[in-house]
Design a protein around this ligand. Structure first.
Ligand code: SF4
Length: 468
């Protein structure tokens, strides 16, 4: 996927004015946010569950090498072939080599963010292999000239049913229909024969279970199960951080993942894949390959962003982020949008290639509050902001302004005087309306809305008055 994260501001501004996109994004607030809140309330002690999830992920990361070795041993003992890919090109090379060795012409793909991350589809096409996305959202994007997803769980949230109706009418040559059930049926009729004729299925993995050597995926459409059992080969492509010690651990995380993602107690399908088809089994692939992708994860493990590796890709942080809710996923310019992307993208592609992202947050900590594995997302973004300053990646007026503010904040008398003047000046600017239409030196705050004028006294003055 083409990296365009440094275009964040321009793309965000364009998306703010896109009425159709805003309508789609509004659905996140009414659906994902409310559904999660209901599911959490129904569960009972969700905080304890979050603590348990955090502990499991921390345990796995503390001994990642040992758990990965155990996973490889157990998976191999059950007939799977485990491959290790240091980076994106190696991951693609491994999958293409498997396809070539086995005369694969078509690949049925289940949803996999790692395959987006490594750019698998383009590489397969270059190698003469046709990838077919089978998740409904991903299929819609693929036939729309390989448009990238805008959300990690709801990849096509930026499109309306009307958009899909036009697209299917144009690409399938069928009569235009707008009923979502009819559109789904149409996609299903097109995809069914493709499942049956595909030579290879590619899936991701939500978790890797070290004690059994199994990969585990969750889906709502059942396409994942068809991709992983019907073709004669199954390739699971996933990041090395997905390993958990035991099946019991995976089941604990399964209580967190769907509730946080969509508000479901459990997804429609939970599939555990352990080795290829056995001699006494009627379904399953003849070969099962697992490609474990590093692509920057080891570097994260050894650094300040380590906690980010706990991520279980639920999407709750983006659903609750006021910035994501306003600008949508494409503004972030790479595979991972929202708060998790604000950390993962600079970590994987280099901070200089995603300078705006750690700042694409209001620091309200909604993301940290809902993250099922308690990743302190605002703290990590703050660390990246510090690195931006230290490396001189921000424009000089911003650096100079912050340096001046930092110096003034250490001079209590001067700071108190400065804030007194500023509070009174802003009150005057607000006039009788008590609204500032344009903030001097900070026009970004008022370009899209009015700024409520302060009442003319600083916090310290108000605090002192109240104590009296
Ligand atoms: S950072 Fe947390 S909330 Fe965001 S996708 Fe990952 S696990 Fe979910």
């Amino acid at each position: 996927m083409e990296l365009r994260s440094n275009e964040f501001k321009a793309r965000a501004a364009a998306n703010l004015g896109d009425a159709k996109l805003q309508k789609g994004l509004g659905l996140i607030k009414v659906k994902a946010v409310v559904n999660r809140a209901n599911a959490v309330a129904e569960f009972g002690d969700f905080e304890a569950l979050r603590e348990a999830g955090k502990a499991i992920r921390n345990r796995a990361l503390a001994d990642l090498d040992l758990y990965l070795e155990r996973f490889e041993r157990e998976a191999t003992a059950r007939g799977a072939v485990v491959h290790w890919a240091e980076n994106a090109s190696e991951a693609c090379r491994i999958v293409v080599a498997i396809a070539r060795e086995n005369g694969v012409k078509t690949v049925a793909k289940s949803k996999s963010m790692v395959s987006e991350e490594v750019g698998l589809n383009d590489t397969l096409i270059e190698a003469g292999v046709t990838p077919i996305e089978t998740d409904l959202g991903e299929y819609i994007l693929q036939i729309n000239d390989a448009e990238p997803p805008s959300h990690i769980v709801m990849p096509v949230i930026h499109k309306t049913a009307e958009d899909v109706a036009d697209l299917f009418h144009e690409k399938h040559g069928t009569p235009r229909k707008t009923d979502p059930a009819a559109l789904t049926r149409e996609a299903r009729e097109i995809l069914r024969p493709k499942f049956l004729s595909a030579d290879m299925g590619v899936s991701g993995a939500n978790f890797l279970v070290a004690e059994t050597g199994s990969t585990l995926i969750v889906t709502n459409e059942g396409n994942g199960r068809l991709c992983t059992t019907l073709p004669r080969l199954h390739v699971a492509l996933t990041g090395i951080e997905k390993v958990v010690p035991t099946l019991e651990d995976a089941s604990t995380l399964l209580r967190l993942l769907p509730r946080s993602a969509t508000g479901q107690a459990i997804t429609n399908y939970v599939s555990v894949h352990t080795g290829p088809k056995h001699i006494d089994e009627s379904d399953g692939p003849q070969q099962f390959h697992i490609v474990l992708v590093d692509n920057g994860r080891s570097k994260l493990l050894a650094g300040e962003m380590r906690e980010m590796l706990r991520c279980i890709r639920c999407g709750a942080c983006m659903n609750h982020c006021p910035v994501y809710q306003a600008v949508g996923g494409h503004a972030y310019g790479w595979v991972y949008p929202g708060p998790m992307g604000n950390i993962l993208t600079p970590s994987y592609v280099g901070l200089e290639n995603a300078v705006a992202l750690p700042n694409a947050a209001t620091m309200c900590n909604q993301c940290g509050v809902v993250c099922p594995v308690k990743i302190p997302l605002p703290d990590l973004m703050r660390k990246l902001r510090e690195e931006q300053m230290a490396r001189g990646l921000k424009p000089w007026p911003e650096r100079a302004g912050l340096a001046l503010w930092g110096w003034a904040a250490q001079q209590p008398a001067l700071y108190a005087l400065g804030t007194r003047i500023a509070a009174r000046f802003m009150k005057w600017l607000g006039g009788s309306e008590k609204l500032i239409h344009r903030l001097p030196l900070a026009a970004g705050w008022t370009n899209g809305r009015d700024f409520p004028a302060p009442e003319g006294r600083t916090f310290r003055e108000l605090y002192k008055a109240r104590r009296k």
